[in-house]
Design a protein around this ligand. Structure first.
Ligand SMILES: [Zn+2]
Length: 297
């Protein structure tokens, strides 16, 4: 079941233009459309699956783990990339967070929080998938809630909240943003990692760009639209950091969607070029990490 948004999720203007039509290359092969707001330029999937019916688009072992127990170059590369990103993610938290309480939304099986926990951080997770949540609770003894909007104690506050490639999946965008700003402690940071639909690899692969990930990705942010959303919720952007490995991984997957098989040379070329072209501020990297803060702090 789908729903049609009557207005832009950021600026509420109803005037939208067709942007592109893509497919759920990953799972169902169903077609979906992306539109662009004529007022603020925000790109979003419209129509989109309703929150209640979106479960079927996540019914794949691949989507939960991406790598565990899989053979082949893409899962192997993803595994290596994850090892390095785990350390670099913690490095960012350590550098920018004013304290040691952390909330990771969409924590999955809890690898990142477990890393933080070992470094002495007080960790809380949110994960709607029961299977992933149980794994995190059992194996890493983490405190993982089912639902962010209703699952936290009223007095909970955090020095750092992370959403690693999660915000683009969330149906209730404004409610979630409001709740996020509410549970940040004074001086706290909100870390949001997202694919960037202005990046060179997005422009090269167009409807085959793997990070459109239709219909799981409901929003297709770029720097301008993420900063507009932050501003709407009284947050300011303190820093934008690149996720340079993502351009290679996304290009490899995009090659597979476009040609039916992965052309490693093309993928490497586009991944490399994407990181070079990212120097232009209006373009940016394939995926980027935003460090947001309350405007008053
Ligand atoms: Zn708009």
């Amino acid at each position: 079941m789908t729903e049609k948004l009557s207005a832009c999720p950021i600026c509420n203007n109803a005037d939208e233009a067709f942007y592109l039509e893509g497919k759920d290359y990953f799972l169902t092969k169903e077609p979906f459309q992306i539109v662009e707001c004529r007022t603020c330029g925000f790109r979003y999937t419209n129509p989109r699956p309703t929150e209640e019916s979106s479960g079927k688009y996540y019914q794949s072992e691949d989507y939960i783990s991406h790598d565990a127990g899989k053979n082949g170059l893409i899962p192997a590369l993803y595994g290596i990339a994850r090892y390095f990103t785990l350390r670099s993610k913690f490095g960012i938290v350590k550098r920018y967070s004013p304290g040691n309480s952390i909330l990771d939304i969409g924590c999955g099986t809890g690898e990142f929080l477990n890393y933080c926990q070992k470094k002495g951080y007080k960790c809380t997770g949110v994960e709607p998938s029961e299977k992933a949540r149980t794994f995190a609770e059992t194996n890493y003894k983490l405190d993982v809630k089912t639902d962010f909007l209703n699952g936290l104690e009223a007095t909970s506050r955090f020095d750092c909240i992370t959403l690693w490639h999660v915000l683009e999946h969330i149906h209730q965008l404004d409610k979630t943003m409001m709740k996020l700003t509410h549970v940040l402690s004074p001086g706290a940071i909100l870390i949001v990692a997202l694919p960037n639909s202005n990046s060179h690899d997005a422009s090269s692969y167009q409807e085959f760009w793997a990070a459109f990930d239709l219909p799981r990705h409901l929003y297709h942010f770029n720097r301008e639209s993420l900063i507009a959303l932050a501003k709407k919720h009284q947050l300011s952007c303190h820093k934008i950091l690149p996720q340079k490995l993502d351009s290679y991984y996304i290009s490899l997957l995009s090659e597979k969607y476009k040609r039916g098989s992965a052309n490693y040379f093309n993928a490497f070329f586009h991944g490399f070029l994407s990181n070079i072209k990212a120097r232009v501020p209006q373009i940016g990297h394939s995926s980027e990490i935003y460090i947001l803060k309350h405007k008053i702090s």
